[in-house]
Design a protein around this ligand. Structure first.
Ligand SMILES: O=C(O)C1=C[C@@H](OP(=O)(O)O)[C@@H](O)[C@H](O)C1
Ligand SMILES: C=C(OP(=O)(O)O)C(=O)O
Length: 445
C-alpha cells in the first residue's frame, strides 16, 4: 500500500499508542508468572508475536474487557516445548526475548521471522547461551534466524557485547530469574540502547523480580545502569502487585506526532499529545531534542501531555547511542531545520528492520535534502534547499515510513511512500491519527 501525503498544517489533540517495549515485556513477564492481567497493552503486529510465543510455550493470552486488557495465564517459569515453529514476524524484541525463554525448555524450539528479521544479528545471544551449556544455533550458521534453541538453561556466568543489541541482555535477565542458579552477565563492550534495559529492570521490579546492575554510566542526560554488567538471582517468582500491570504511552511513537507539530503546526495552533507520563523510556529525550532545536514545546509531566507548536528550527548534535529509534525522526527534523544536524553514535541503528542510517540518508536526499552519511554519524545539512515532494521508499520499516510522512508535511508538493501498511508493527492507526490532526493523507493499494 502506498501513502500519499500532501503538504499540510496540523493541529489538535492525539493520544500516543501504548509502549511497544513495555507491552512485550509485560506479556512475557505474565507468561513467566502464574497469571496476570496486562492493562492498556499495545495491540499491534510486534506484541502479537510475543503473545503467540507465550501461547506456544503453554500459556494463554486472552483479550478481556472492551479489548483494553489481556488476561494471561502463564507457563509459570517452565515453558513447554512448542508444537510448532514460533513465527516472530518482524519483531526483533520478540525473537531476542523469546530465544532466552526457549533455552529454559527441556526440548528444542525453532524460531523464525520475516525476511528482515532473518537478516538481523542473533549471534552474540546464541554464543552466550551456548556458553551456558544450552543448544543455541542458527540453522544457516550465520548468526541469523531460523534458530534452534533449547536445553534446560540452569544459569551461570557469561560475557556478552552490549553494542549490538540491548535486547540480548533483557532476554537473559528475564529468563535468568527463573533459572536454578541465576545469571551473572559481564559486558565486554559499552552498553548501547541502555534505557531499554532500564525498562526491563522496571518491569521486572513491577513483577516482584530483582536484578542488580553492576556499575553505572550516564551520557547525554539519559539514565543508564549496568555499565559493567548485571546480576540476577535464580529461583524468583514473577507476580505483579494485585495481579495487574499497566502499560504507559510510547515515546518513540509520540516522536512522529511531536515532530509533525514542530514542522507543520498551523500558525498560532499546536499539537497536543496525551499519554506522555514519565517512564524509563530513553526516547522521551525527543522532548529535549525538539527544545534544543528551538521548537515551542512544553511537557506537563503530571498531566502527561506535551504541547508543541511550529517555530523556526535550527540544527543540533544528538548522540543516539541510547535512543536508536529516534534517528529517523531527528533526521527529518534536521532536514527542515536551518544548519547542520549531526546524529552521532548511530552504527547500531543499521541493525534494525532495515539499515535506517542509509535508508534515511537516501530518501531525504530524494526529497532534496543534503546529507553526509558516515558509518556512525549521519549529518543533515539543513537550510540548503527546501524539501520537495517525491516518491520515496519505506523499506517495509514502520519508523522510516512514519518519519518520511512527517517530512512530507513540510515538503513542497505531494509525497508518495511505499509500504504504508507496515505502520501496523507499532502504530496501526498512525495515518488515521495524522489525518485527524489535519494532514492530507490518501492511501492506495
Ligand atoms: O528492547 C526493546 O524494547 C528495544 C530495544 C532497542 O533495540 P536494540 O537494543 O537492539 O538497540 C530498540 O531499537 C527496539 O525498538 C526496542
Ligand atoms: C527496532 C525496533 O524493534 P525490534 O527490534 O523489536 O524489531 C523498532 O521498533 O524500531
Amino acid at each position: 500500500m502506498d501513502a500519499h501525503i500532501s503538504p499540510s498544517t496540523v493541529s489538535g489533540t492525539a493520544r500516543a499508542p501504548p509502549s511497544k517495549s513495555y507491552t512485550h515485556r509485560a506479556i512475557l513477564a505474565a507468561g513467566y508468572s502464574d497469571e496476570a492481567t496486562v492493562y492498556d497493552p499495545l495491540d499491534s503486529a510486534d506484541p502479537r508475536a510475543t503473545q503467540r510465543a507465550v501461547n506456544a510455550f503453554g500459556g494463554d493470552v486472552t483479550p478481556v474487557g472492551d479489548g483494553n486488557a489481556l488476561a494471561i495465564t502463564g507457563f509459570d517459569g517452565t515453558p513447554y516445548v512448542p508444537d510448532d515453529v514460533i513465527d516472530c514476524a518482524n519483531s526483533g524484541t520478540t525473537m531476542r526475548l523469546v530465544t532466552a525463554t526457549a533455552a529454559l525448555g527441556d526440548g528444542l524450539t525453532v524460531l523464525t521471522g520475516d525476511d528482515s528479521l532473518r537478516s538481523r544479528p542473533q549471534g552474540p545471544l546464541l554464543n552466550a547461551l551456548s556458553t551456558l551449556d544450552v543448544r543455541a544455533e542458527s540453522t544457516r550458521s550465520n548468526g541469523q534466524a531460523p534458530l534452534v534453541v533449547g536445553g534446560s538453561l540452569a544459569g551461570g556466568t557469561v560475557s556478552i557485547p552490549g553494542d549490538v543489541s540491548s535486547q540480548y541482555i533483557s532476554a537473559l535477565l528475564m529468563a535468568g530469574a527463573v533459572t536454578d542458579e541465576g545469571i551473572e552477565l559481564e559486558l565486554t563492550t559499552e552498553l548501547k540502547s541502555a534505557p531499554y534495559v532500564d525498562i526491563t529492570l522496571e518491569v521486572l521490579e513491577d513483577f516482584g523480580v530483582t536484578a542488580e546492575p553492576v556499575g553505572t554510566s550516564g551520557t547525554d542526560g539519559v539514565r543508564s545502569a549496568g555499565a559493567d554488567g548485571f546480576v540476577i538471582e535464580g529461583g524468583q517468582q514473577y507476580a505483579p502487585a494485585n495481579g495487574e500491570y499497566h502499560v504507559p504511552g510510547d515515546f518513540s511513537s509520540m516522536s512522529y506526532l511531536l515532530a509533525a507539530g514542530a514542522v507543520a503546526a498551523a500558525d498560532g495552533e499546536s499539537v497536543v499529545v496525551e499519554g506522555a507520563q514519565p517512564s524509563a523510556q530513553g526516547d522521551s529525550a525527543i522532548v529535549d531534542v525538539l527544545d534544543r532545536m528551538g521548537a515551542d514545546i512544553t511537557w506537563d509531566r503530571d498531566a502527561g501531555t506535551i504541547t508543541v507548536g511550529a517555530a523556526p528550527l535550527s540544527g543540533t548534535t544528538v548522540d543516539v547511542g541510547n535512543t536508536p529509534d529516534l534517528l529517523p525522526t531527528i533526521a527529518v527534523l534536521g532536514a527542515v531545520a536551518d544548519g547542520d544536524t549531526v546524529i552521532e553514535n548511530c552504527e547500531h541503528v543499521r541493525y534494525k528492520e532495515t539499515d535506517r542510517v542509509s535508508a534515511m540518508a537516501t530518501e531525504l536526499e530524494t526529497m532534496g535534502a543534503a546529507v553526509t552519511e558516515e558509518q556512525a554519524t549521519l549529518t543533515i545539512h539543513g537550510g540548503e534547499s527546501t524539501l520537495e515532494g517525491a516518491s520515496v521508499e519505506g523499506y517495509h520499516d514502520h519508523r522510516v515510513i512514519m518519519s518520511l510522512s512527517v517530512a512530507a508535511l513540510a515538503a513542497a508538493g505531494s509525497t508518495t511512500i511505499t509500504g504504508a501498511e507496515h505502520v501496523a508493527v507499532s502504530f496501526p492507526d498512525f495515518f488515521e491519527v495524522l489525518s485527524s490532526l489535519g494532514a492530507g493523507v490518501d492511501r492506495t493499494e
